[in-house]
Write a protein that binds this ligand. Sequence first.
Ligand SMILES: Nc1ncnc2c1ncn2[C@@H]1O[C@H](COP(=O)(O)OP(=O)(O)OP(=O)(O)O)[C@@H](O)[C@H]1O
Length: 254
Amino acid sequence: MSQESTEPILRVRGLHAAIEGSQVVDGVDFEVPATGITALLGRNGVGKTSTIKAIIGLIQRTGGTIELAGERIDKVPTHKIIQRGVGYVPEDREVFSALSVAENLKLAERDEHPNRQLVEELFPDLVKRSSQAAGSLSGGQQQMASLARALLNVNKLLLVDEPTKGLAPKIVQEVAEALTVAAHSVPILLVEQNLSVVRQLAAGAIILSGGKVVHRTDSATNFLDDEALTQRFLGVQSEEALEQAAETTSGGIV
Ligand SMILES: Nc1ncnc2c1ncn2[C@@H]1O[C@H](COP(=O)(O)OP(=O)(O)OP(=O)(O)O)[C@@H](O)[C@H]1O
């Protein structure tokens, strides 16, 4: 049996990044373990997407260091970071609308050994729709196609930004299940607003506020159970508190 690596796959130190001159990532420090799913959490507009984009070089990095598997990537351009094994599933899915599902997948293949078997097992619906224009897929199907494109390649790390946003509960569950399977073979840094998905998937969590890390935990579940912390950093009550409130309310209805 292979020994699990204890070295983090990603080390971010003092990362600063700017959009049009304004500092949106303001000295961020965190590590992503080499296995499992790590959640990147925070209220709207705190810099989660910007942090992901800065890691991959899609917005201007203005300071700090980023190491992928021990190698600096903070001066490396996006296409080379992707070649080095970082898969990116953007928030808005970004499929090529006019191209078929099969063409979208083909374009994502980085070498001659794409992991088609995994993708076909995970997303049988996409196989059925391989000749359909990607732009005519539902939001959930487009999310599957976007995930499938990242999973076709062997990656050291996946960056997945709000994969369940705007999806129906049944599809949210399908996406969560696909991520669970994906995480068996690749560590994932996941931006996710759906806290029951975070609870289901994430081992640790990093919480941002105002472009900075304000809290880190090895147990996303413990964090989500803590009403004071979730209220303070996410502006929501813990799910437990919400459930209790719902029970009290429904108890009062005859
Ligand atoms: N293209 C842009 N031009 C100017 N400002 C931007 C741009 N994109 C993001 N910002 C600003 O950068 C800050 C961080 O945004 P970012 O999208 O990273 O936050 P987020 O935590 O991912 O938010 P959300 O949960 O709403 O997606 C916000 O203040 C936002 O208004």
